[in-house]
Design a protein around this ligand. Structure first.
Ligand code: SAM
Ligand code: SF4
Length: 329
């Protein structure tokens, strides 16, 4: 469907849980998420109900996210139902810890591709950033498994934080040389519940590019499309099998090309990461008296009214109340 700004919205990011086996410093408080009654979250049947309504509105691309989606039991069976419904592209965002042993089942269930989060290659730093875990080894096994199964493109997302891991930008880029790995540098968004990052911790994409070009003088822009390339802009170390890309959500707004909405694990549609406004689907979804048309109308209205752009630069705005583990990134 087309929103009020003329953008075609065909992509829904579906968060299946707000729980996680990591506590990344920029995402989740150390004590984890507050326990809530189970019925505050959508069951898989309810998620499928919403997805079907979304398909009626033109959604044909789904990314499963969280929290950490692989910690929710039954995920493979849920995922297996997406392609038969008509979803053309099924992808997953994961921290990768539980991925390798599940990889074959996920592939058989219709998973096309996967994005792994990896913020550092150094075990001691890994422990400092992910806090509950301190070994990047299983994430590399996960990347190997995804490549072996042909889940391309495999993307590695690094949230870059000044003073924490920004000295590893070049090391991370080198991972793209021998294998078709697409390393993406994400500007940290100062969502504040988890850790009090300030704007000084943000490394703008332009600075990251400059620093990479200092290291690899002949970095070349990539002209061909990379599947699911969304908001990232890509470059290549000459001769490399993979690429490096920048997700500059904060400093270089790409809202004009935004094609996505988000469904949270507790049944809320969030049309824009940079605004707090969201639409709770549960009252309609759970009332047997209310027809599916009402659900579709609610979603359609949320899409239509999708804000023109985020308001990250407004440091006083209410978006800082948000936390990524609740929205799915
Ligand atoms: N647990 C999965 C993972 O880490 O990939 C999926 C959920 S996570 C919320 C989705 C993405 O959001 C990850 O790439 C993560 O690095 C990113 N993210 C979380 N908090 C962020 C923040 N404050 N700024 C920028 N990116 C963030
Ligand atoms: Fe968990 Fe992903 Fe958030 Fe890290 S970024 S705490 S892995 S949900």
């Amino acid at each position: 469907m087309i929103d009020q700004w003329g953008r075609k919205i065909n992509y829904m990011r579906v968060s299946v849980t707000d729980r996680c086996n990591f506590r990344c410093v920029y995402c989740m408080p150390l004590q984890g998420v507050q326990l809530r009654p189970r019925d505050e979250y959508l069951s898989y049947d309810e998620l499928l109900h919403v997805i079907k309504a979304g398909i009626g509105l033109g959604i044909d691309k789904i990314r499963i996210t969280g929290g950490e989606p692989l910690v929710r039991p039954g995920l493979v069976d849920f995922l297996a139902q997406l392609k038969p419904l008509g979803i053309k592209d099924v992808s997953l965002s994961t921290n990768g810890l539980l991925f390798a042993p599940m990889a074959k089942d996920l592939k058989a269930a219709g998973l096309d591709r996967v994005n792994f989060s990896l913020d550092t290659l150094q075990p001691d730093r890994f422990k400092k950033m992910a806090r509950l875990y301190g070994d990047p080894g299983p994430i590399f096994e996960a990347v190997d498994a995804a490549l072996e199964l042909g889940m391309e493109p495999v993307k590695l997302n690094m949230v870059v934080i000044r003073g924490w891991n920004d000295d590893e930008i070049a090391d991370m880029a080198r991972l793209s040389v021998d294998r078709p790995i697409h390393v993406r540098y994400i500007e940290v968004m100062p969502f504040s519940e988890a850790y009090q990052f300030t704007w000084d911790n943000l490394v703008p994409a332009a600075e990251m590019r400059e620093r990479l070009m200092g290291e690899f003088e002949d970095l070349e822009p990539v002209r061909e499309g990379i599947k699911g390339n969304g908001p990232a802009k890509y470059w290549r170390i000459p001769g490399a099998k993979g690429t490096v890309g920048f997700i500059s959500a904060v400093t270089e707004c790409f809202c004009g090309e935004c094609n996505r909405i988000r469904l949270s694990a507790d049944g809320k549609i969030n049309p824009c990461l940079g605004h707090v406004h969201e639409v709770d689907l549960k009252p309609v979804l759970r009332d047997p008296q209310r027809p599916v048309e009402e659900l579709v109308a609610l979603m359609s209205d949320a899409i239509l009214k999708k804000p023109r752009e985020h308001n990250f630069s407004d440091t006083e705005s209410d978006y800082t109340l948000r936390v990524m583990h609740g929205i799915g990134g």
